[in-house]
Design a protein around this ligand. Structure first.
Ligand code: GLY
Length: 360
């Protein structure tokens, strides 16, 4: 069992990582004095796998538990789904001291967090992530929200959970493609924060499948990635500065996702493509060595992740999509660029010419 802390001025919380943790959900929540009523929010598929064990654990710990299921997928990540959560909360008379528990991937976590942030002006919230991406990224740090018809995650709130409970065993039912997509975010932490994690990934015999990855390495990956995220979020909870480094690979990644209508790539795959492009930009600007960029690209390939921007995308469309990204500041596109493995800078000094050169 590993336990990390996200240290924040007001809302510090623990990330508990251990095999078999799902059955400890109730007892771990009990220690946090979270009130009596719990609303467990999941999607039908995840609930079929892991709902009962969570319900039982919560009931055994003395909680009065209700459930609410939202159909799987990004298409349901909108305000209408949140209204239905409110209906269930109202029907079961949830109170301010009650807790919403997110059992699922990033979509369920983001929606549950947003519902928790807004119902009764804020009830308790616990994250039980079931995808690798949610474990190492989405469940930690308090970004919650839903999509607007005009853009992803445009509606939301920073709202920290009281606990993040990670059980690596649940990755057994995660589709392999999703496992690899989560690995893109792990590689990201190696580049932006943790050179030693990067080297461990390079040395591993394989990192592209839950079925074959060494369990000790997986534990290290979870701990080091969550530690990196916790370190960054602890320094800058609401992304007024350093937290933006977590967006490494996301600038071009988001453009690729958006221009392919979120149909061709899952998020981590787009981030992988974005990291390769950002690496090229950094090399072209003389910030990063070609040798280290090649090491990054090799690791991405080792994870069976895509590295190329689809040739069907028009370069001008990519440039104009970059301009409409919500991370644009004062009209300038900001890039996170590596200077060495384990360190990055944030800059708005990347010219269109340099971007275009990296996209060829
Ligand atoms: N996923 C980026 C962040 O949490 O800031």
């Amino acid at each position: 069992m590993s336990s990390l802390t996200v240290n924040l001025p007001q809302n510090s919380y623990e990330i508990a990582i251990a095999s078999g943790n799902l059955s400890q959900l109730g007892s771990q929540m009990q220690q946090l004095n979270l009130g009596k009523k719990v609303l467990l929010i999941s999607n039908p598929e995840i609930f079929n796998y892991y709902g009962d064990i969570c319900l039982k654990s919560l009931e055994n710990a003395g909680f009065e538990v209700f459930k609410h299921l939202i159909p799987a997928g990004e298409t349901y990540k909108h305000l209408q789904s949140i209204e239905k959560v409110y209906d269930t909360a109202l029907a079961n008379r949830l109170e301010r001291s009650s807790t919403l528990v997110a059992l699922g991937g990033g979509v369920i976590g983001d929606m549950t967090g947003f519902a928790a942030a807004t119902w009764l002006r804020g009830v308790n919230f616990v994250q039980v992530p079931t995808s690798l991406l949610a474990m190492v990224d989405a469940s930690v740090g308090g970004k919650t929200g839903v999509n607007h018809p005009r853009g992803k995650n445009l509606i939301g709130a920073f709202y920290q959970p009281k606990l993040v409970l990670i059980d690596p065993d649940v990755l057994n039912t995660l589709p392999e493609r999703e496992f690899r997509a989560g690995m893109a975010e792990v590689i990201k932490y190696g580049i932006i924060w943790d050179e030693d994690l990067f080297t461990k990934l390079e040395q591993a015999s394989n990192i592209d499948s839950f079925q074959t990855i060494e369990q000790e390495l997986l534990a290290t990956i979870l701990i080091r990635s969550c530690q990196a995220k916790a370190d960054v979020v602890s320094q800058d909870e609401k992304e007024s500065g350093i937290r933006a480094i977590l967006n490494y690979g996301h600038t071009i990644g988001h453009a690729v996702e958006s221009l392919t209508n979120y149909q061709e790539f899952v998020h981590g795959e787009a981030v992988a493509i974005g990291m390769v492009a950002a690496g090229k930009i950094a090399v072209n600007m003389g910030l990063w060595t070609a040798t280290e960029a090649q090491r990054q690209d090799a690791l991405i390939k080792k994870s069976q992740l895509p590295i190329e921007i689809p040739s069907t995308l028009k370069l001008n469309d990519i440039l104009s999509t970059l301009q409409s990204d919500k991370k644009v500041k004062a009209g300038k596109v900001r890039f996170v660029l590596p200077t060495t493995i384990g360190k990055v800078i944030i800059t708005d000094k990347v010219t269109e010419e340099v971007i275009l050169k990296a996209l060829y």
